[in-house]
Ligand binder design. Structure first.
Ligand SMILES: C[S@@+](CC[C@H](N)C(=O)[O-])C[C@H]1O[C@@H](n2cnc3c(N)ncnc32)[C@H](O)[C@@H]1O
Length: 367
């Protein structure tokens, strides 16, 4: 896979320095695996801006050396970096995307399904798209080419997951863009002198983050509200040879479970969560991220206060940016110190320079 180049800029005008032309922008190229280098660059620029005291000019980047003093003051005040993480996974390829669809190879099969975020024009000709083994229609139904199964397995390092094409869900059981998180978890040191560390996975779905953590040595509590998702996760554990690993499988509403853990004065070394924008607990409890996420994060902090090392959150389908997650993290861990890392999870398209944005994430780690 080719290394890619992307520039994500955060522009804020600064009224504190009247007449200053400095804006800030941090740019990061980041690739988590495959030996690619992380590159940091910082640029200043001018912006067309109506704010008083800011000179109007054309938006334009310049080498940061041109205005280093002002930049560094500015940068220190607003220090934030947005990372773009794309994983390298030999059993998954994003072949093409566009016209609100994506063409993917998952294990041995090529599938063509909806992708609301792919607004652009596909790079590949129609004949390539026509090679897909399964096509999902706009109403979510799959049309399979003869001989294509509805279920098969796919491997990620030592983990194995079952992929399923169902007409009842738009998801197929894995979110490939999350592979950088699995890799990050698998590299953690999950034991100390007092024994294994424990990790809570909320909204655990089919369990890939749970299995990544278990394979690193964590004792994991996996929480999800859906019985079918729970059975699927348990099957993935068996397929990965982790059926007897120390996993507590909890069928419950995430908020209720966390509140109960806080009352019990439980504590965790790490928490991972992938909340949907909307969901329901097993007893019909309504989950709406914009109403409940803040409170859930605050409750999670209580579980991490004593010996917590990290919290990792991924969100998809919410009308917020990585900067919003950064603010939420800052509020949640106010006074506890640590480092916050935020960014996007994305899929690098094969043989081209397009990158498909999928979700945003934030990670707090105790320093
Ligand atoms: C599919 S994952 C999220 C993936 C992705 N972030 C998205 O939004 O589509 C969401 C998981 O949360 C679970 N879930 C939904 N509401 C829940 C709740 N109130 N408590 C616990 N789990 C819940 C679902 O069963 C599902 O397995």
């Amino acid at each position: 896979m080719r290394p890619y180049s992307i520039e994500l800029c955060i522009l804020t005008s600064n009224i504190e320095y009247p007449g200053s032309r400095v804006l800030l922008c941090t740019i990061e190229h980041h690739q988590v695996s495959g030996g690619a280098k992380n590159v940091d660059k910082i640029f200043t620029g001018e912006n067309r801006c109506d704010a008083p005291g800011i000179r109007e000019g054309n938006y334009q980047f310049a080498n940061h050396e041109r205005d280093q003093t002002a930049l560094s003051r500015e940068y220190m005040m607003n220090k934030i970096r947005i990372h773009v993480l794309t994983g390298l996974w030999d059993e998954y390829t994003l072949i093409d995307s566009g016209n609100t669809r994506k063409l993917e190879r998952i294990g041995p099969y090529i599938i063509d399904r909806e992708e609301p975020k792919a607004w652009w024009v596909p790079d590949r000709p129609k004949e390539i798209w026509a090679q897909s083994a399964a096509v999902q229609s706009r109403n979510g139904h799959w049309k399979l080419r003869k001989g294509t199964p509805r279920e098969w397995i796919v491997g990620f390092k030592s983990l194995v997951a079952e992929v399923k094409l169902t007409d009842t869900s738009r998801h197929v059981g894995i979110f490939p863009e999350q592979s950088p998180h699995w890799e990050w978890l698998m590299k953690k040191t999950a034991a100390d002198v007092s024994g294994s560390k424990n990790l809570l996975n909320l909204f655990g779905y089919t369990g890939m983050a749970t299995l990544a953590a278990v394979s690193a040595g964590y004792d994991v509590t996996h929480v999800d509200a859906s019985k079918p998702a729970m059975l699927w996760a348990r099957r993935n554990a068996e397929l990965s040879d982790l059926g007897h690993a120390r996993i507590r499988w909890i069928l419950d509403d995430a908020s209720k479970f966390v509140a109960r853990e806080v009352r019990r004065r439980s504590d965790y070394h790490g928490i991972v969560m992938d909340p949907p924008s909307f969901g329901r607990g097993p007893k019909g409890e309504i989950w709406k991220a914009e109403k409940k996420l803040n409170e859930l994060m605050m409750e999670c902090r209580k579980l991490l206060e004593y010996r917590g090392e990290f919290l990792l959150i991924t969100v998809y389908n919410l009308d917020i940016s990585a900067l919003s997650l950064s603010n939420l993290m800052k509020d949640t861990f106010h006074g506890l110190g640590g480092v916050i890392d935020v960014g996007e999870l994305a899929l690098q398209q094969e043989g081209g320079d397009k990158i498909l944005p999928r979700s945003i994430y934030a990670r707090w780690e105790r320093s």
